[in-house]
Design a protein around this ligand. Structure first.
Ligand code: BGC
Length: 356
């Protein structure tokens, strides 16, 4: 019997792995184009016009979709992250008095849903049209240690005013935690081989942030940005203070923090923006989430070769991850990520592109 179960498991695993990743391309009337794969729900390329009207690919990624497989590259490039974006302390959550151990894949904590989070799983394309792609994933009870059978979807819509609108939804049959995000690595110069992001201007609509310890774990405190290198309420070049003598920057190896947005869940107000003086491309981010993780590619070190054979060097991308605060399951006073049967998790993020 045991042998039979084992054989069935091996076959099932092989069947999963023999699935081929597909690429879907959506576009709008203005010529903007997004290519997304069902593997990890990853944005593979995002073509937007620069100030001269030339189309630029503004995200890091790979030409061969199988390069996204963890055995080739352990990166979160472009991914639709689940179940829980960012970190959970010691990989432990407790729901209704029951404790669950999740993978401890990052400094002893669970990062981005675990070793084989949804970024390394297949989604299924359930709706495809010229400007819209809806991906869905059924995550079984116990997936990466999380409880509940969860059905989650990510819907990407390209509007004619150059907005990539992303809507997340999830339902569960048992209490669980959900916190989805998109993990695109933006390089708005369109030329990550020659331009890092240190001269890019960043704006974050946040007067507070959540400090971390030297394992990148939130301490539970919320600090004002006022008078610190974390203050981006007036746009400034990322490189201006990134290596300042400030404990939070040492702990984060640069900027790799969650900011507490002043937008109060209003997704009509800009939460953050990024501008490349090289291309003139500006990205504005809108969200109904309370937080945004801004990660400046501090772990990129030239060991990953991406599209067109370009080597991705240190700090050649910025990730703008709209989210609940990291480790909310263990910080009850923070906005909750708990999802119960009968409820629907929703989250909204817009990446809007323009030039100046
Ligand atoms: C994290 C970084 C991590 C990166 C890549 C970010 O969200 O905060 O520490 O290296 O994702 O997974």
């Amino acid at each position: 019997m045991k042998k039979l179960i084992f054989a069935v498991l091996v076959l099932a695993l092989a069947a999963c792995r023999s699935r081929e990743p597909e690429l879907y391309t959506i576009h709008n009337a203005s010529g903007m184009e997004a290519s997304i794969t069902n593997y990890g729900g990853r944005i593979v390329s995002l073509l937007v016009p620069d100030r001269e009207g030339r189309m630029r690919d503004v995200v890091l990624g790979f030409d061969d979709l199988k390069d996204y497989y963890p055995e080739r590259n352990e990166t979160d490039f472009g991914a639709s992250i689940g179940r829980y974006a960012n970190r959970i302390k010691d990989g432990l959550i407790s729901i209704d008095g029951k404790q669950y151990q999740l993978p401890r894949n990052n400094y002893g904590h669970c990062l981005h849903g675990g070793t084989r989070g949804w970024q390394y799983q297949f989604y299924k394309a359930v709706e495809v049209s010229a400007n819209r792609l809806k991906l869905e994933r059924v995550s079984p009870d116990g997936d990466q240690g999380f409880p509940g059978n969860v059905t989650a979807s990510v819907t990407f819509t390209l509007t004619d005013d150059n907005r990539l609108d992303i809507r997340y939804e999830a339902v569960t049959d048992a209490p669980t935690v959900i916190n989805m995000t998109n993990h695109s690595y933006f390089n708005l110069s369109g030329d990550p081989g020659s331009h890092d992001i240190l001269n890019d201007e960043l704006y974050i609509n946040a007067s507070r942030f959540t400090p971390v310890d030297d394992t990148f774990m939130t301490t539970g405190e919320i600090w004002p940005v006022e008078g610190t290198p974390m203050d981006f309420r007036v746009p400034k070049a990322i490189g201006k203070d990134i290596d300042a003598d400030y404990e939070q920057l040492r702990n984060g190896h640069g900027y790799d923090h969650n900011w507490v947005l002043d937008t109060a869940g209003d997704d009509s107000v800009v939460a953050a923006s990024l501008y490349s003086p090289v291309s003139g491309i500006e990205l504005k981010v809108y969200t109904d989430e309370p937080g945004i993780q801004v990660y400046c590619g501090n772990f990129l070190d030239g060991t990953v070769t991406g599209k067109g054979g370009v080597v991705y060097g240190h700090r050649t991308a910025v990730c703008l991850e709209t989210q609940k605060f990291p480790d909310t399951p263990n910080k009850p006073e923070w906005p909750s990520a708990l999802l119960r049967p009968g409820e629907t998790y929703t989250s909204h993020c817009v990446f809007e592109f323009g030039t100046r």
